[in-house]
Design a protein around this ligand. Structure first.
Ligand SMILES: [Zn+2]
Length: 212
């Protein structure tokens, strides 16, 4: 089987909120008022008992869903180990579950990511790779961009011989609304360095993650 399509490896601007001009962060009360407005818009009464605490809960949920804006993926990767005993084979983390939110509808994207790199003297703790995924996932996202961001961050900080990221996810904007097609997963990948240039390295990685 041919490898999944190679997504753009174009570097992504460091500031995720492209275009700059980010408006000042509203207060918690403002955010709760906005959630209350959406309850009214949906057609319900925000003053009925079951909904009284909902705006506050929604805002607390948003703090978890979007914690990535306060995390710096490159900083996370900066603690590396050089004592590798000459290990220069591929490091692969496969099937890491993640939840994100699509930036077009603000509904969940739920999937799994596999991340690999070929060390160049330096390795990073595997939990750091998971945290980099989280830092990008816990933002408003499109899957293509998230895939490239993870690969680019690892590439820039670790300077490895290659990086590969494959993401497979279901988009609830597609499964619960719009065309309503449950069970359809989208697959994106970014291959850099040896994973892009060397077919056998790419094949080895795809075999590791069960995509050959
Ligand atoms: Zn969407």
């Amino acid at each position: 089987m041919t490898p999944p399509p190679v997504a753009s490896s174009r570097p992504i601007p460091k500031d995720h909120r492209e275009g700059g001009g980010a408006t000042a962060r509203p207060s918690r009360a403002d955010a709760e008022a906005a959630a209350r407005t959406l309850i009214c818009w949906a057609g319900d009464d925000p003053d009925r008992e079951g909904l009284l605490d909902t705006p506050a809960r929604v805002v607390r949920s948003y703090e978890e869903f979007f914690i990535g804006y306060s995390q710096d993926p490159e900083e996370i990767l900066r603690t590396t180990f050089e004592e590798t005993e000459g290990y220069d084979e591929m490091v692969v983390l496969k099937g890491i579950a993640f939840e994100s939110h699509c930036e077009h509808h603000m509904v969940p994207i739920i999937g799994k990511a596999s991340i690999a790199y070929l060390p160049n003297n330096r390795v990073v703790g595997i939990s750091k790779l998971v945290r980099v995924l989280e830092a990008y996932a816990k933002r408003l996202q499109i899957q293509e961009k998230m895939t490239a961001q993870i690969a680019n961050a690892i590439n820039e900080v670790l300077n490895p011989k290659g990086v590969a990221v494959v993401v497979e996810a279901e988009h609830q904007c597609m499964t619960t609304r719009g065309v309503q097609k449950p069970g359809v997963a989208m697959v994106t990948s970014t291959m850099l360095g040896a994973f892009r240039d060397d077919a056998s390295t790419r094949r080895e990685f795809l075999a590791f993650i069960g995509r050959n």
